[in-house]
Write a protein that binds this ligand. Structure first.
Ligand code: IYR
Length: 220
């Protein structure tokens, strides 16, 4: 048994007015985030991605086992290989895998099997979930992996947006090709592919709306 060890929590209470202002500013900032599918090739200033990834790595996780890995792909050849493999999967998705109802639900987004953003974006962040831990060939159980990686990814997306970068949450499924191309260990499964960068000049986004507050929050 390991005895738990505790340190004082770093926490400062704010007054109500300041809290409301902070919550509201954060809300407005996140509401302004849009998924972008048309990227400029401009490079991201040094250090920015690293800061955002550090924020992601601070997320809470099951038993604090932090069951995630993030791979940053900037290499043009690697991006091209990822694009080719993703488009091959997407061709099948759009041709027969997704089905009529799914295609109908996607109509408003105007997506298709072509994914030029996988080469245009200066960086692709590939998020992997670790189905189990693997150290020195020893397997270790991981807990609430989907939840943990989802929270870390949320931190990451919020941080990238806060830093002034555009992102897309992309899942060219099945995503097994990412595990192969990026030579991931056997315990890792691709979770999400995030192109990151600046929107292309004149970038447009779908004219879609969000649910109203009452439609997704209930107070009792
Ligand atoms: N992966 C495909 C299809 C797609 C699926 C969902 I769910 C989306 O929200 C958007 C697209 C593609 O990327 O085109």
């Amino acid at each position: 048994m390991t005895d738990p060890s505790f340190v004082p929590l770093s926490f400062e209470r704010r007054d109500g007015e300041e809290m409301l202002a902070a919550a509201s500013a954060f809300r407005r900032e996140l509401e302004a985030r849009r998924s972008v599918r048309s990227f400029s090739t401009d490079l991201i200033p040094e250090g920015v991605l690293e800061e955002c990834l550090r924020a992601a790595g601070s997320a809470p996780s099951g038993a604090n086992l932090q069951p995630w890995s993030f791979v940053v792909v900037r290499d043009a050849d690697m991006k091209r290989r990822i694009r080719e493999a993703a488009e091959a999967e997407e061709r099948d998705n759009y041709e027969w895998r997704m089905g009529e109802a799914w295609l109908k639900d996607l109509e408003a987004l105007g997506t298709d099997e072509n994914k030029p953003f996988l080469e245009d974006a200066p960086a692709l962040i590939v998020v992997f979930r670790q189905a189990y831990g693997l150290e020195d060939e020893e397997k270790r159980k991981h807990y609430y992996v989907m939840e943990s990686v989802g929270i870390a990814t949320g931190f990451l997306l919020a941080g990238l947006h806060r830093a002034g970068l555009a992102t897309l949450t992309h899942t060219p499924s099945p995503m097994g090709f990412l595990e192969k191309i990026l030579e991931r260990p056997e315990n890792e499964r691709a979770y999400l592919l995030i192109p990151v960068g600046y929107p292309a000049e004149g970038c447009e986004v779908p004219d879609i709306t969000r649910k109203s507050y009452e439609d997704f929050v209930e107070e009792r």
